[in-house]
Unconditional design. Structure first.
Lengths: 507, 175
């Protein structure tokens, strides 16, 4: 446009007084001395003047300020209360959960550690005892209930009981008592004559005392508490060892059962005890849904007979859903238990199957020993009564004691018989349930029944959904709470002002 | 009594002082109406749009930052509102056919000015309207249109030069 130092654009800015003061002075001096710039500036002024001719009317009176309803703004605190409360609530919930769960976790951890430690110590002690009892070089007893129950593998010699601090005569008396008890137990369990057992045991009495004492301690550890003296326990084990080599007792020699017990049961019991293979009582519970209910009932009886068992109890009835049920209590030999259960399972669809075994050795030995002790006590009391050297009052006391001892003997005997029966014959409880009549008989369920069934399924489905929702919120509730809190903060501090600015720009 | 500045009034209004808003309305009612009236045919429509501008001011009063000029803030709202109104109109008719001349003005002169303004570039026209009729400074125009100050200066100069060429014959006739 021109070659002056002043740009033409600057003239407009000079006219509008938009230049900085120093530059404004320079341009003013230049325009005063430059005709061309002065002319141009004049033209620009004229344009502005022409533009000013276009005036618009004033705003009409109807243009009033909009009605402003200002909500009372709450006093702003230097902190916002609601987020603080939300955060505090979340923190309180987390702390409460931690306060409840962490101690329980620690306790269970401690319990498991303590239990493991106790188990390790117990096993170490038992291994040490068994190694000391066994012959040098012999392997320690196997770690199985049966192996622990089995008598130690050593020369059968009833050991001398521990007799710390006793005189020689007292020791002799104690030894004699122990031997007698040993013989009684052996006779009681095996049915062999007590005298024969006693002679054999006495001939072998010259075994290591130390081993016997340790064996007694070992047995106490193995078989748990309940035994009054180590002597009785040891004598019981010795008797069991004797039985291994003892001949099969006959029914006549069997002193195990009361005369009222069936001969078949006695034989079975003696075989089981004599073999000493297992002192476990088995209990099985089975529930089977069968198609042909009548046939299944017949099969159960047949299976029982084939297993050389017997039916103890039966019960027929109907459930609430009108399905017929039959419950049988069976007794079968333990060696035939598994095969019997397999046959029963094959009758239909198994809905419940449970098999448990209970270790009975401890209980049996305890009962046998207590019984022997009671009988020995009775014998001594009878001897005392025969002599009749005391006063009448003393005699009466003895008779009362004899009566009480007899009652105890009978009670113990009954308990032992029941325990032996449980060992000799496994108990099976089988429940047969008739399957849906309608399916079997080909009857189509009516509409009402179908509707009821659909309603029931619908309710179950709805309950399942609600449970799933509850589980979901239980699992993720705290997460959602936390992130909603974070999102609210972001909205307030960042997004809302940005949104307002965008809205203002759009309007 | 010292008159409060526009910024002070706006801050008072933010705090809930309703008379401050009425004062601001009184100050800017005519300038905003004139700004919009030069772009809208119908006076009642211009009145509505002016009302919308002040309503937006009320609604977004919390978005006003004290560091920005109130006049800039208000004209920015008005400019955005006008842009929205333009979107509804035909692009070839950027100025109202009814120019809204004040009583006593020369209709012919107004028509000549309107016609000349209609022939220049739209960006340049916008700068001219804000500068010549609303009296905004270069910085304020730059803030409203969101362009650099140098661009404002150059657009304004070019617009003036173009208008000089368009209006020169009418001056010659007048002369």
């Amino acid at each position: 446009m021109n070659n002056h130092l002043v740009e033409a654009e600057e003239l407009q800015a000079w006219l509008d007084k938009e230049l900085d003061p120093a530059r404004h002075e320079e341009v003013t001096e230049h325009v005063a001395s430059c005709r061309e710039c002065a002319t141009l500036a004049e033209d620009l002024k004229q344009v502005s003047a022409a533009l000013q001719q276009w005036e618009v009317e004033a705003a009409p009176d109807s243009l009033r300020p909009p009605v402003v309803i200002l909500e009372e703004k709450p006093r702003r605190r230097w902190f916002s209360l609601r987020p603080v409360l939300a955060f505090a609530g979340t923190a309180a919930i987390i702390l409460a959960i931690a306060a409840i769960s962490i101690p329980n976790l620690m306790r269970s951890k401690m319990s498991s550690e303590q239990a493991a430690e106790i188990a390790r110590n117990r096993q170490t002690e038992m291994d040490a005892l068994s190694r000391s009892v066994n012959q040098p070089g012999a392997p320690p007893p196997a770690d199985s209930p049966r192996a622990r129950v089995a008598p130690p593998a050593m020369e059968t010699s009833p050991a001398k009981p521990k007799t710390f601090g006793l005189s020689a005569s007292q020791k002799l008396e104690k030894d004699t008592t122990a031997a007698e008890e040993s013989a009684d137990i052996a006779a009681a369990i095996s049915g062999a004559p007590a005298g024969a057992v006693m002679r054999d045991s006495m001939s072998k009495r010259a075994a290591s005392d130390e081993a016997g004492g340790i064996a007694g301690r070992m047995e106490r550890e193995r078989l748990g508490s309940g035994i009054k003296t180590s002597t009785r326990r040891l004598a019981s084990k010795r008797a069991m060892t004797e039985l291994k080599s003892a001949p099969q007792p006959t029914d006549a020699e069997a002193g195990l059962f009361a005369p009222t017990v069936d001969a078949l049961q006695r034989r079975k019991l003696n075989e089981a005890v004599a073999r000493q293979r297992s002192m476990l009582a088995y209990q099985a519970n089975l529930t089977v849904e069968v198609e042909n209910f009548t046939e299944a009932k017949r099969e159960v009886r047949k299976i029982t007979r084939e297993a050389s068992g017997y039916l103890e109890q039966s019960n027929l009835g109907f459930r609430r859903d009108q399905k017929a049920t039959a419950t049988y209590q069976l007794r079968v030999p333990p060696e035939k238990l598994e095969a019997t259960l397999d046959q029963l399972r094959a009758l239909g669809r198994v809905t419940s199957d449970r098999l448990t075994s209970e270790e009975m050795t401890d209980q049996l030995l305890d009962l046998a020993a207590r019984l022997t002790n009671a009988r020995a006590t009775e014998k001594r009391l009878l001897l005392v009564l025969e002599k009749r050297t005391g006063k009448v009052r003393e005699v009466l006391e003895v008779e009362r004691e004899i009566s009480r001892t007899r009652q105890e003997i009978e009670h113990l005997d009954a308990r032992r018989q029941a325990a032996l029966l449980r060992v000799a014959m496994a108990s099976v409880s089988v429940t047969l349930i008739e399957e849906n009549n309608e399916q079997i008989q080909g009857i189509t369920p009516g509409s009402a029944r179908r509707l009821l069934k659909a309603l029931g399924e619908g309710f179950q489905s709805f309950s399942g959904m609600m449970l799933a929702l509850a589980l979901f919120f239980a699992r993720w509730g705290l997460h959602l709470l936390f992130w909603s809190f974070v999102g609210r903060l972001l909205w307030r501090w960042w997004l809302r002002p940005l949104t307002r600015t965008l809205e203002a720009n759009q309007i | 009594m010292k008159q409060r500045s526009d910024e002070e009034l706006m801050l008072d209004f933010k705090r809930g002082e309703e008379p401050a808003f009425r004062e601001l309305f009184a100050r800017y009612k005519n300038p905003i109406y004139g700004y919009i009236r030069r772009r809208v045919n119908d006076p009642s429509r211009a009145e509505d749009i002016t009302q919308d501008v002040f309503l937006a001011l009320v609604k977004n009063r919390n978005g006003y930052e004290v560091r920005s000029s109130f006049r800039t803030y208000l004209y920015k709202i008005a400019h955005n509102r006008v842009i929205a109104e333009y979107r509804k109109r035909k692009p070839e008719d950027p100025l109202p056919e009814n120019p809204g001349a004040a009583p006593g003005s020369d209709p012919l002169a107004v028509e000549q000015v309107r016609e000349a303004l209609g022939q220049i570039d739209g960006d340049q026209r916008e700068v001219v309207l804000l500068r010549e009729y609303q009296g905004l400074s270069y910085d304020e125009i730059a803030a409203v249109l969101e362009i650099p100050v140098g661009t404002v200066r150059s657009r304004l100069f070019r617009a003036k030069m173009a208008l000089r060429e368009l209006l020169a014959p009418s001056w010659a006739e007048g002369a």
